[in-house]
Design a protein around this ligand. Structure first.
Ligand SMILES: [Zn+2]
Length: 381
């Protein structure tokens, strides 16, 4: 995703863009409420966006109304240009790799009102990687919105690549257990009854903990003294958010790579609602909940990566407190140990691996090769 501070957009263009975005949201909200029956806009740019939105809705899941408004970003058709002399089919968003810029057009209904954003090296690299992997640029979304955890506004462009992949037929299972990121992501490569390799991915919780305590301190100073403390609290919180996001992205990538290496299907043991409830009721500060919420983000990221790379993927309930030997409910001991009357004893996080071994022959056939067209993960909130 391409993100720029609104200050980098010429003020007249920004004002006009915001006006168009607002008008389009009014129309989409009305359209949504009418059950997608109210008439299409007759004039550009809304007419153009309405057509593109219908197209985008076939490709992307959409959210519903939020506080009575359907806050959709402006959707554009797209074009990638590699060489200087390549043609230009005047699509809405032109990604010009020879000029290293993204040009946003068609949004104002006026000619020559292009918003040009220079691409950073990392963004060019990201685009080139997607192309190398066989991705096709199908759609772009642009919007102006608040940055997470702050009042700063940014101008955003999300480029959406699709790729046709055939998931491979798995020969092993890569079991991933993520009851809470606090305890790390426990993974194991299972083949029949054997565990070929296992490991734990853990964020640097000591570091994150220090930053969280510092953020809490700044927040209470902000409440009494205000000013600079509030700004610093906001900055630190967005730094924390970025740290978590970065960790999530990297951990998901590691799991996807392992799966490809072992020709394994990823089987995620997703915590049930009860365990979420348990966590919330346990009364251990809000911090735990925050960590928990990241589990959802991790799972989403992993699912998207698996789909993009053609890694077979499934979410299965694999138990942590039910005995994989005799099926009885096990006793929970300190230090996350669990013990059964039949003599089975293990670390709680290891139990799903035992379940995957036990259910191996039942789970493997659930992955049948089918064609899909998948999109690369994008984030817009
Ligand atoms: Zn047992």
């Amino acid at each position: 995703m391409i993100k720029r501070r609104v200050e980098e957009i010429p003020p007249e263009q920004l004002a006009k863009f915001l006006e168009v975005q607002e008008r389009f949201r009014q129309w989409t909200t009305e359209w949504y409420k009418s059950g997608f029956k109210s008439p299409m806009p007759e004039q550009n740019p809304l007419k153009y966006f309405a057509i593109e939105l219908k197209h985008a809705m076939k490709l992307l899941p959409t959210n519903g109304l939020k506080s009575g408004v359907w806050r959709v970003p402006l959707p554009f058709n797209t074009e990638l240009r590699f060489g200087k002399n390549a043609g230009d089919n005047s699509r809405g968003v032109l990604v010009d790799l020879s000029e290293k810029a993204v040009k946003v057009r068609k949004w104002s209904g006026q000619r020559n009102n292009t918003i040009t954003i220079k691409l950073k090296k990392t963004e060019i690299k990201w685009i080139e990687e997607r192309i190398r992997e066989g991705g096709q640029l199908k759609l772009a979304l642009a919007w102006v919105g608040k940055r997470r955890g702050s009042n700063m506004m940014s101008f955003n462009v999300a480029l959406i690549f699709y790729r046709e992949v055939t998931p491979y037929q798995p020969r092993r299972l890569l079991v991933v257990d993520i009851n809470s990121l606090h305890n790390g992501v426990v993974w194991a490569v299972v083949e029949e009854r054997r565990v070929l390799r296992r490991g734990i991915l853990r964020p640097d919780l000591a570091h994150i903990g220090r930053l969280e305590r510092e953020a809490a301190r700044l927040e209470s100073l902000c409440a009494t003294k205000g000013g600079a403390y509030c700004r610093r609290a906001v900055e630190l919180k967005s730094r924390l958010w970025r740290l978590w996001r970065q960790w999530t992205v990297e951990a998901a990538k590691k799991i996807a790579k392992l799966a490809i290496q072992y020709k394994a299907a990823v089987v995620v043991d997703k915590p049930m609602n009860e365990s979420i409830q348990e966590l919330k009721e346990s009364g251990t500060v809000a911090r735990r909940n925050k960590i928990y919420l990241n589990v959802g983000r991790f799972v989403k990221r992993l699912r998207e990566l698996a789909e993009w790379y053609g890694v077979p993927y499934r979410e299965e309930r694999l138990y942590s407190t039910i005995c994989p030997v005799c099926g009885a409910k096990m006793e929970e001991l300190p230090n996350r140990r669990v013990k059964c009357k039949c003599g089975f004893e293990a670390n709680r996080d290891e139990v799903p691996i035992h379940w995957a071994q036990k259910r191996y022959r039942e789970i493997i056939p659930l992955f049948s090769t089918t064609h899909y067209i998948q999109l690369f993960p994008i984030h817009f909130t």
